[in-house]
Design a protein around this ligand. Structure first.
Ligand SMILES: *Cc1c(COP(=O)(O)O)cnc(C)c1O
Length: 391
């Protein structure tokens, strides 16, 4: 079966008592057992039967199984947000005295997780330009526990060479962890590029219409002990497992992911090209544009599409605000990859808690607007952008 079919026809683990076509929402905290022996089997994790919804639930299993079918991963864990997926992953890998080799170009909360929260537990962060492979090689030492990156950074739209970073990680016997939120796992194989663990904010493309917040850890089984530690330690002790109603919504979203994604990525390219000809636009940053410095690497790694996130630069912050305030169709909102198109000024919102100096180091400028292209007719989107830019 191909991906579109797999997403829709992932089998249930057990036949439904009433023949339900959609996976029912198992809104229950606990599950009963026929006898004490069966209970022991479940609690020791041998028979796959759910016992308590903080760690196991049939509706969540189904969402995890869909992702497993689509990625071929050994383990998939669904969590209650992208940040929960990232935090649980890093807490399974890092320890006091260890360091994480990563970049300044990561999602704001991920940056703060690594540089504030984990730092308090004695984990060091090494912020390296991940496109400079020599610098990465120099930064990795005996205490490095992983290389962590985003496949297309948000909002700088930088692409690192995953195969080369995987080579560096594997020669040091550590995993390469990639946040693949920017391009869905249905479009490319992170494993074949050497990624050991993928983390995804399923809030974005997967949920389908921004219905709910969720995250996934996709473990390819190449990092010894990682899957067991997540399943038997962190899922229990941190309690960030996805809830059944959210899993239901996210499963429905996943069924239409490929269709929506391809439409959004195609529209994003059309909009990016149109923006180049519009008044006041100093530059358009989108890895799908052929003259983008990361275009060739992006195509090689992720295939012909480049996602639905792009940025534009205007004259200054006032121009950005005037533009935002005049948008009629684009929603002034955070989030990415909703069915609806979205616009935001990252420097004054997502990254507001950072000082201007910190923002400068992260290449976040007052002149930048981030756009997420939705499912609307691209002609309507172009008309909206044009009228707001003309103001
Ligand atoms: C949104 C986002 C996250 C965080 O996900 P939540 O579901 O909001 O917790 C992490 N990484 C990237 C790249 C994101 O875009």
């Amino acid at each position: 079966m191909r991906k579109e079919t797999k997403a829709i026809h992932t089998p249930f683990r057990l036949p439904d008592a009433y023949g339900a076509i959609s996976m029912p929402v198992y809104h229950t905290a606990a599950f009963e057992f026929a006898n004490a022996e069966e209970m022991i089997e479940s609690f020791s994790g041998r028979n796959g039967m759910p016992d308590y919804s903080r760690v196991t639930n049939p509706t969540v299993y189904h969402f995890e199984d869909q992702i497993k079918e689509l990625t071929g991963a050994e383990n998939v864990f669904a969590l209650n947000s992208g940040m929960a997926a990232i935090a649980n992953t890093l807490m399974a890998i890092a320890a006091t005295g260890k360091n994480i080799v990563t970049s300044r170009h990561v999602f704001g909360n991920t940056f703060a997780l690594i540089n504030s929260t984990l730092k308090r537990f004695g984990v060091e962060s090494r912020l390296i330009d991940l496109t400079d492979l020599d610098a990465v090689e120099r930064a990795v030492d005996a205490n490095t526990c992983c290389i962590y990156l985003e496949i297309i950074t948000n909002p700088q739209l930088e692409v690192a060479n995953l195969r080369e970073l995987a080579r560096i990680a594997h020669s040091a016997d550590i995993p390469l962890i990639a946040d693949t939120t920017a391009i869905p796992f249905t479009e490319f194989s992170a494993k074949s590029l050497g990624v050991d663990i993928e983390v995804v904010s399923t809030t974005k493309y997967l949920s389908g219409g921004a219905t709910s917040v969720g995250g996934a850890i996709i473990d390819y089984g190449t990092c010894p002990g990682f899957g067991e530690r997540i399943r038997f330690e962190l899922m229990f002790n941190l309690g960030a497992y996805m809830t059944p109603h959210v899993a239901y919504m996210q499963s429905l979203g996943l069924e239409t992911l490929t269709v929506r994604y391809n439409r959004q990525a195609t529209s994003a390219l059309t909009v990016a090209k149109a923006l180049r000809t519009m008044p006041g636009v100093k530059s358009v940053n989108y890895t799908g544009l052929e003259d983008n410095p990361f275009h060739a690497l992006s195509v090689e790694q992720f295939g012909p599409t480049a996602g639905a996130m792009l940025t534009i630069d205007l004259a200054d912050r006032d121009a950005c605000f005037l533009f935002l305030n005049n948008l009629k169709l684009f929603k002034r909102a955070t989030n990415l990859f909703d069915n609806k198109s979205l616009a935001i000024h990252p420097a004054s919102t997502i990254f507001v808690s950072f000082t201007p100096e910190e923002r400068a180091k992260m290449d976040l400028y007052d002149t930048t607007i981030r756009l997420s292209i939705g499912l609307e007719d691209p002609n309507d989107l172009i008309a909206d952008l044009k009228q707001a830019l003309e103001k």
